[in-house]
Design a protein around this ligand. Structure first.
Ligand code: ATP
Ligand code: MG
Length: 427
């Protein structure tokens, strides 16, 4: 256990590697502007931690003794957001800098079974603010006045040793906010750090506390865990600490099926690879894959003739989504994408290629995602779709006149009666 020292170690500028060149101009503007207005202002969190270990931070978090309304009055484009506590989002130079007011850890914080449900008591000093930070490596402050780094909990030593260590008693800190378990796993995955034994010890036992967290907050954590370039490691760590089942219990229950296990493995790798190549990663695609195994289980194996397959699929989708939403709330706009990808699986498989639909499906805005997903299923060893993938792959490679020969006579005849459509929508 690490406690916070009231007087931090002050590391002067020559003794650390955080230079102003590493900080975005927008974050610097915010720090200077607050400081000139007579407030204290520090960079804290990922913006300090990541730079000190030679990584590029995802964003910059500023902390100050100015209250949110005071911050708002200093910047033209500033919005106050947040329910558990108010934060200022300052928009500057095309960037957003999050500005938080020092907060204190008070005995009279509103709690439910130890969980802090309201955490909006302002503190007057950075010393107090340091107490409520989660990990030692996140309790490092960069002081804009003299460019020194304040280290309250030996975070520098843990950064060097590659350790994720909670500030204070792990049991209490997880009870206060169970999301810290997910954050421990996420930082370990992202930074390639180890979770220090005392910080790691209670996790498997306390995982159930995540059921008290609003599913919308868990959705945000899921995005950070899986769509930031370290999905494979996040999954490994979540499994290790028995936390994956708290987020996706229905997927977890399918992992013993080798094809489904491989499918999940492939989508995790794929997502990380896309990040390496700077390609966008779509939450809808990722989640469609993650929930495909339980969705398949909801589908009857032999539905029999005359049964509307689309209806069966839609029904199964609604059931699995309703169950999943209790744990992780997936926003509506993403559900729509997932359902499209799932529905299109039916149109891309089976004996549909001879029907006129096989061409109109190309124009569906989600065709490419659905095809990529079909490919993933085939690569995972789903033999039922292997032939369909080969057919589509061949079809997409050929040019227009040759495509005609791949279509069945029925489709060719029907198509020749229709005026040709433009080629848009193939991607
Ligand atoms: P990144 O932004 O790279 O994901 P970060 O450390 O900046 O990592 P944020 O979620 O941006 O993480 O939070 C900024 C800082 O706020 C953290 O470094 C930590 O000091 C504090 N913090 C965030 N969430 C919590 C929490 N649940 N409990 C305690 N402190 C927290
Ligand atoms: Mg951050």
């Amino acid at each position: 256990m690490k406690t916070v020292q009231n007087t931090p170690i002050r590391i002067p500028r020559p003794d650390h590697t955080l230079s102003r060149h590493h900080i975005s101009q927008a974050a610097l503007d915010v720090l200077y502007h607050l400081n000139r207005a007579g407030y204290q202002a520090f960079l804290v969190g990922g913006g300090v931690r990541d730079v000190l270990i030679g990584r590029v931070p995802k964003d910059f978090d500023v902390v100050t003794n100015a209250h949110p309304e005071q911050v708002k009055s200093l910047f033209h484009h500033c919005r106050l957001i947040g329910r558990r506590f108010l934060l200022a989002h300052v928009h500057l130079r095309g960037e957003m800098v999050e500005v938080a007011t020092f907060r204190a850890h008070h005995g009279d914080d509103a709690t439910e079974n130890g969980r802090i449900v309201r955490d909006n008591v302002y503190a007057s000093s950075v010393d107090e603010d340091a107490l409520r930070r989660d990990f030692t490596i996140n309790a490092l402050y960069y002081d804009i006045r003299d460019f020194s780094v304040l280290d309250y909990a030996n975070g520098m030593a843990d950064l060097r040793a590659g350790l994720i260590r909670l500030v204070g008693s792990p049991l209490l800190r997880y009870q206060e906010d169970p999301v810290r378990m997910l954050r421990a796993v996420r930082f370990a995955a992202k930074l390639g750090f180890r979770i220090e034994p005392q910080t790691a010890a209670p996790i498997s036992e306390l995982g159930g506390l995540l059921s008290n967290i609003p599913p919308a907050r868990l959705f945000e954590e899921v995005l950070k865990l899986f769509l930031s370039g370290h999905a494979v490691q996040s999954f490994v760590q979540l499994q290790h600490y028995d936390l994956f089942k708290q987020l996706f219990p229905y997927t977890e229950a399918c992992l013993d099926d080798p094809i489904m296990g491989t499918l999940i493995d492939l989508v995790l790798r794929n997502t990380d690879q896309r990040k390496i190549e700077n390609k966008p990663v779509a939450p809808g695609f990722f989640l469609a894959a993650l929930l495909w195994p339980p969705l398949s289980r909801f589908l009857p194996e032999n539905p029999g003739k005359g049964i509307n397959q689309q209806e069966l699929l839609l029904n199964a989708a609604q059931q699995i989504l309703a169950k999943q939403q209790v744990h992780v709330a997936i926003p509506r706009r993403i559900i729509v994408v997932m359902q499209d990808i799932w529905r299109l699986q039916l149109r891309l498989t089976g004996n549909r290629r001879g029907k006129k639909k096989s061409l109109s499906v190309l124009e569906h805005p989600r065709f490419r995602a659905a095809y990529d997903f079909l490919l993933l299923r085939a690569n995972a060893g789903d033999e039922q779709v292997a032939a369909d993938v080969d057919w589509w792959t061949q079809f997409l490679k050929t040019n227009d006149p040759e495509r005609e020969t791949l279509l069945s006579p029925v489709a060719r005849k029907k198509r020749s009666r229709r005026p040709r459509k433009s080629k848009k929508g193939h991607e």
